[in-house]
Ligand binder design. Structure first.
Ligand SMILES: [Zn+2]
Length: 358
């Protein structure tokens, strides 16, 4: 068991994070970062971490990942307002706020080389943005932006992504599918039942990157016990063998049973247990964990879920529980989807066997 000392924990925040707001009728609510910070303060979590204010990512930072034409398109939309995609309005000023979000992830990455062992960017994890197009409320893929920043500045070449957002990270996959230096593990609701429709089990990367993309599509209704079982079966052995230099944890909480956009059934306690596990994997391997809060569209649920992520990362023993739902249902056969998920995990392991010991 190994937990971070609070002094080694850094959180990025800027008041302008709350201006990343896609409109009153849009599920992405602009004030989520402020609500989250207020809640952390009320619960005493901010006493345990150092808070840093990020700068905007530069155009050069964006261009390590995105095509110039795409960056120019976002810049232009930001002047006039408009639509990046049918689900993604582009409000005036979004170029600045999306760069600030990416700058938060860059600063969180830098702090890992400045004595901090775990760093958090609450406005991060925009995994639907690809090199030259995007949708799903994302403008710039800050996961790839920080990876490419660290690759250049810190001369790193082994990055692991653990993306537990309910949506498949199709943008990140597009960027890294052929790249063996990035192990990209995504758990998500089956794409046949949810946006963006991708992330099938047999997509395991291509060319030199074959085996380095790992997709676990989960049926609607998947609950905490089965989810955690699948995590234990796949994530620790893969990360152990890959030996990353940095781990990026996209901990989207739109997997919660009350989330309005998706249909998984995770509980508050799931976020605690998963964060504890990710922290342990980090301690055991590279001891550098960058956490991005990702999606979550039921505001009150989100702040409690993120609180539980923080408690898990910080090694606190107290966290929110939903009393009517068992803390961690170890017996997955009580879960109506338990045996189906076991079969999916088995099938994925068979696909990955040529590349990994599982
Ligand atoms: Zn999501």
């Amino acid at each position: 068991m190994c937990f971070r000392k609070p002094v080694m924990f850094a959180l990025m925040y800027h008041e302008d994070y709350n201006k990343y707001d896609l409109g009153v009728d849009h599920p992405l609510i602009g004030n989520k970062p402020r609500k989250t910070m207020d809640f952390f303060k009320e619960k005493g979590l901010l006493d345990l971490v150092d808070v840093f204010s990020p700068k905007k990512a530069t155009e050069k930072d964006l261009l390590r990942v995105h095509e110039k034409q795409y960056v120019d398109h976002v810049k232009q939309l930001s002047k006039t307002g408009g639509w990046l995609a049918s689900d993604t309005p582009a409000p005036v000023g979004i170029y600045e706020y999306a760069r600030l979000a990416a700058g938060g992830s860059i600063l969180a990455g830098e702090k890992l080389f400045d004595g901090y062992k775990c760093t958090v960017n609450p406005l991060g994890g925009f995994h639907h943005a690809s090199k030259g197009h995007s949708s799903g409320f994302c403008f710039f893929n800050d996961i790839a932006v920080v990876i490419e920043y660290l690759r250049e500045k810190q001369k790193l070449d082994r990055f692991a992504i653990i993306d537990l957002d309910v949506h498949h990270g199709n943008g990140t996959q597009d960027i890294y599918a052929a790249d063996p230096t990035v192990l990209n593990i995504s758990f998500h609701q089956d794409g046949r039942t949810l946006y963006p429709g991708t992330g099938a089990l047999d997509m395991i990367g291509r060319d030199e990157g074959e085996g380095y993309t790992v997709n676990l599509p989960l049926p609607p209704g998947t609950a905490t016990g089965s989810y955690v079982m699948a995590f234990d079966e796949l994530v620790p052995p893969l990360i152990d063998q890959f030996k990353p230099e940095v781990i990026i944890y996209q901990c989207g909480v739109d997997t919660h049973h009350s989330d309005p956009l998706a249909n998984l059934k995770l509980t508050y306690q799931a976020y605690y247990h998963l964060a504890v596990k990710v922290q342990q994997i980090s301690c055991k391997t590279c001891d550098k964990l960058l956490v991005l809060f990702g999606g979550g569209y039921q505001s009150d649920t989100c702040v409690k879920s993120y609180h539980n992520v923080m408690c898990g990362l910080l090694g606190k023993k107290e966290y929110f529980k939903e009393e009517e739902i068992p803390d961690l249902e170890i017996d997955i056969y009580k879960d109506p989807y338990g045996s189906q998920i076991e079969d999916i995990v088995y099938e994925l392991k068979q696909k990955l066997k040529p590349y990994w010991q599982l």
